[in-house]
Design a binder for this molecule. Sequence first.
Ligand SMILES: [Zn+2]
Ligand SMILES: [Zn+2]
Length: 327
Amino acid sequence: MAGNSGFSVRFWGVRGSYPTPGPSTVRYGGNTPCVEVEAGGHTIILDAGTGIIPLGRHLMRRSRELAKPVEAVLLLSHLHHDHTQGFPFFSPAFVPSARLHIFGPDFLNSSPKVTLDTVMNPPYFPLRLAELNAWLSFATLRDPDLLAIGESVGGVALGSVGDPALQNDPDLVRVRVLRSYAHPNGVLHYRIDWRGQSVVYATDTEGYVNGDQRLAKFAQGADLLIHDAQYTDEHYLGLAPGLPTTQGYGHSTVSIAVQAARAAGAHRLALFHLAPEYDDDQLDSIAGQVEQVFPGAFIAREGLQIDLLDPPGEVKLMEAARLHAGA
Ligand SMILES: [Zn+2]
Ligand SMILES: [Zn+2]
């Protein structure tokens, strides 16, 4: 686990659209999107797909071990079901000592609070959002907001990119936001910077001709780019037997993700939001192909942890031994 000097990324859910439990998906995992980032001792959670459920148990276990309440920033890329469906089962939300700072977009007049209020409500769910015991804060984010996390700003502060008060302290974790139009109803991409290292989370996006130029600028030089790569090119183009073309669905192919990583000059690329139709063997074969065209590319899978402070260019992948321990 990262201490105050660490910057690590761990995948808890990598599957797009809907969960895919079962024997053919055990190696990559079947949970919907959730990524944990530890930076400078702060916990940032990207999306609340079903992967946030085992993450919640992990955070509770760590809280007991350290005798320290759970505190986390939850960043929602957008409010589609596969990015919020784990939240009602996120155990820290039920604990009075926990503090959760929740951020996301306000597309179509549906903020994170309105969305979670709607799904956590009888008869859809037995508990209402208002009945959760944790301290919860909600705020909406807009491009070009800047979120700063650290002691010098009193925990979590929301400002703008040009705000000098949020620029001076090198220990601050900084989160920037890019509003993308490449997904139905829109999506937010996030860039997290700490002490000269960076990770960019760009899920649920369908690339453009010659790459998404706004994303390329936003993700410039990222140490790790986590990018939507839901489909193979054959599937996307309608050439895979029994599968319809998926052009216009708002998701990328493996080669679109590689183009995005090249355009941004990213050092490492995690292929993410994997098609629920693909089993472990298919993903293995995609992994073999992508390593040939982009060294540093890999397929995200549950339990994979990456330490961003490792030397540039080095791809060191560790299994999180306790991913499902005590689940
Ligand atoms: Zn999605
Ligand atoms: Zn979506």
